[in-house]
Design a binder for this molecule. Structure first.
Ligand code: PEP
Length: 253
């Protein structure tokens, strides 16, 4: 983590959990227990239908609201989809793009992820773009090749002044929701590689400014060691973000 040069973030990804009433209750509980957060921006990425209550409940608290997906077109005949303008108007600041669950279950590709990054930025949202290798790719020893291709395609034609504001989350697919976590050294190695790719695409200044998160079974017990790594600037938290008692301790480390 390097707070001198970049923003540090703890973002909860609630996935398909919490009704609006449950969302309000969880945010209130987080607010009551979180106190003063010193080192990071706190974000909750909630289901679309929870956005209005989440925005209202976080008002006055230092917690921002994010969405979990976005469509790459600004409007049109895309039944069931949500655009950047719609999210922005509700008060959403961040959006997760290319989560592995969307790549696996909803056919998202490196190319659609790139289109969604453009749409988020054009719409005034800060994307949290997810990259990560599967267990099979890891076993084949091609993790870095996969990550390089994902990052390079995601950032295709993203101008430098926009690129520096994008948050990247390294989420090894084999660690998501499994209880398995990359060791701090493994996570650091890949996050450092991601920064090297950004350096090769842009320059050292932009690479130094980009926030890179680790995600994959992060919890209060393993967070400190992961966050102590020089290229890990925060966490994207799934399961542990669903309860204040496991989310708040990570935010106040
Ligand atoms: C995620 O879904 O982004 C995630 C990191 O999940 P978990 O923390 O449950 O592994």
């Amino acid at each position: 983590m390097n707070r001198r040069y970049r923003k540090t973030v703890i973002a909860g990804n609630w996935k398909m959990n919490k009704t609006p009433a449950e969302a309000k209750a969880l945010i209130n509980e987080i607010k009551e227990t979180i106190g003063k957060v010193k080192w990071c921006d706190v974000i909750v990425c909630v289901p679309f239908v929870d956005i209005p209550v989440a925005v209202k409940a976080t008002k006055g608290a230092k917690i921002s609201v994010g969405a979990q997906n976005i469509h790459f077109e600004p409007k049109g005949a895309y039944t069931g989809e949500i655009s950047a303008d719609m999210l922005k108007e509700l008060g959403v600041k961040y959006v997760i793009v290319g989560h592995s669950e969307r790549r696996t279950y909803h056919g998202e590709t490196n190319e659609t992820v790139n289109a969604k990054l453009h749409a988020s930025i054009d719409g005034g949202l800060t994307p949290i773009v997810c990259v990560g290798e599967t267990q099979a790719q890891r076993d084949m020893g091609i993790s870095k090749d996969i990550i390089r291709a994902q990052v390079k395609t995601a950032f295709y034609k993203i101008p430098a002044d926009r690129a520096r504001k994008i948050i990247i989350a390294y989420e090894p697919v084999w660690a998501i929701g499994t209880g398995l976590t990359a060791t701090p050294a493994e996570a650091q190695e890949i996050c450092s590689e991601i920064r090297a790719v950004i350096r090769s695409l842009y320059d050292a200044r932009i690479a130094r400014a980009v926030t890179i998160l680790y995600g994959g079974s992060m919890n209060p017990a393993n967070a400190a060691e992961l966050l102590a790594q020089p290229d890990i600037d925060g966490g994207l938290i799934g399961g542990a973000s669903l309860k204040a008692e496991t989310f708040v301790p990570i935010c106040v480390l």
